[in-house]
Design a protein around this ligand. Structure first.
Ligand SMILES: C[S@@+](CC[C@H](N)C(=O)[O-])C[C@H]1O[C@@H](n2cnc3c(N)ncnc32)[C@H](O)[C@@H]1O
Length: 349
């Protein structure tokens, strides 16, 4: 129970002691005003959820005040006490299933179409190969609770870190490139940290000792892992040894990815979720389904596949300029131009 629920609960229990309706109504009038004052602005999803909850309380308290008899009022009071003590919050998230219809912006379909990149917080699109903030935002809200920990072993420009802090989750982010870690530090500096920590580490995610890192925060596991590796060598991210985009063959790429996955799974809590965000490649006249290969590798490691999400792929500036050329190539070469990538969602049994 948060402090408001506790106050409401205590008030209702006291009301059960009152033996006449006028006194009860007097107390209710004062308390309804207090409850109304708990509402905040509607500028973030947290406030909206809270405000909806408070509106329901106001409605119920008014119903008690307006009931004709003391007996009827007590019946409603009891019902409200019960609804406060029976919590129906998600096991792996903060979704209040008593009000599940209020979470319209949490996606549950397997096709994710985003028109524009979210530009709130300190997000910017300057890193070639980053994902849009809506991806970690959806995953974090769906698969973690406030105060839990998210691990991103391919951090890039820190999109996951920014979203984690904004949503009051701890974050551990690793990238093999020192430049990217420095860039993420810069971008996350201005994001408010409300009782959560952020660890940004330069290293090879196949080798980083995540257990040791977590133990420095008195933790043993993470509750969500988001993996957005290079799509093999489509973008050459850097020349660092161990960098997946430098893998000389698809087999080597898969083996390097599997090593990172194994290392991440050491600290992912049982029963919690892991997402792989990945696109395919086209070479020598053949579609290379990188995504499905990685999906298969992850399943062979014992992860349970929960969903395959297809997300629209927004064109880069370079692609937009050459879109006619790509159209011509596709028509002539009998193939289709990539317009999607995948988000594979797994659960650790
Ligand atoms: C597709 S990008 C991730 C982009 C990120 N999601 C964002 O929004 O900015 C992949 C990143 O993985 C990093 N990387 C590649 N191999 C790695 C490894 N073995 N360990 C850690 N990071 C690695 C690259 O340096 C690159 O920044």
């Amino acid at each position: 129970m948060d402090y408001r629920e506790k106050k409401l609960y205590d008030f209702l229990v006291n009301c059960m002691e009152i033996d006449n309706k006028p006194t009860l109504n007097e107390k209710l009038n004062i308390f309804i005003k207090l409850v109304s004052s708990w509402k905040k602005g509607n500028d973030d999803s947290d406030n909206t959820t809270n405000n909806n909850r408070i509106t329901i309380w106001e409605r119920n308290l008014t119903q008690i005040r307006e009931s004709i008899s003391l007996d009827r009022a007590r019946y409603y009071i009891n019902r409200m006490i019960k609804s406060l003590t029976l919590t129906n919050v998600g096991k792996v998230n903060d979704i209040d299933f008593g009000n599940w219809k209020e979470y319209e912006d949490i996606l549950t379909d397997s096709l994710w179409l985003f028109e524009k990149r979210d530009r709130t917080l300190s997000h910017n699109a300057s890193y070639w190969g980053n994902f849009i903030p809506q991806i970690p935002n959806q995953l974090i809200r769906r698969f973690t609770k406030k105060g839990e920990t998210v691990l991103d072993p391919f951090l890039g420009s820190g999109t996951t870190a920014i979203e984690s802090l904004g949503l009051q989750r701890n974050c551990i982010g690793v990238d093999i490139s020192q430049d990217q870690i420095a860039h993420s530090r810069e971008l996350t500096e201005s994001v408010d940290r409300k009782n959560v920590f952020l660890e940004l580490i330069r290293g090879d995610s196949a080798e980083v000792d995540f257990k040791k890192l977590l133990s420095e925060h008195d933790l043993q596991s993470v509750q969500l892992a988001i993996l957005h590796p290079p799509y093999w060598d489509i973008i050459k991210f850097n020349e660092e040894e161990g960098n997946l985009s430098g893998a000389p063959s698809l087999e080597e790429f898969r083996s390097m990815f599997s090593k990172v996955l194994t290392n991440v799974l050491r600290v992912l809590e049982k029963g919690r979720f892991l997402a792989i965000v990945i696109g395919d490649s086209y070479r020598k006249g053949e579609w290379i389904p990188i995504g499905f290969y990685l999906m298969d590798d992850a399943m062979k490691m014992g992860l349970k596949l929960k969903s395959i999400v297809v997300k629209n792929y927004s064109d880069t500036k370079a692609k937009r300029q050459s879109s006619q050329l790509w159209r011509y190539r596709a028509l002539k070469g009998n193939f289709y131009v990539f317009k999607h990538e995948y988000i594979f969602i797994f659960k650790k049994p």
